[in-house]
Design a protein. Structure first.
Length: 81
């Protein structure tokens, strides 16, 4: 259905992204926003990522934030909006 409504670059995608140290490492986890799809009263519900519009930009600079007076977390990579 979405293929008829959106150009390829604007098709909604599942909100589920891998978290990794770098492109050379395997994912250490994922970040996702999920909804519970209820089938019926006898079968369990299934969590599936919601569909979102995504703009992806190649990471151009590192971002960082302080955790305390002596610790700062730095991260880089692709950015999604």
């Amino acid at each position: 259905h979405n293929r008829k409504l959106f150009a390829d670059s604007y098709v909604p995608l599942p909100f589920c992204f891998p978290i990794r140290r770098s492109d050379r490492h395997t994912p250490e986890g994922t970040v996702s926003i999920e909804e519970q799809a209820v089938r019926n009263s006898t079968s369990p519900s299934i969590a599936t990522p919601i569909m979102t519009m995504v703009a992806k930009m190649a990471g151009q600079h590192s971002m960082h934030f302080p955790l305390g007076a002596s610790t700062t977390v730095s991260f880089d990579g692709d950015q999604y909006l």
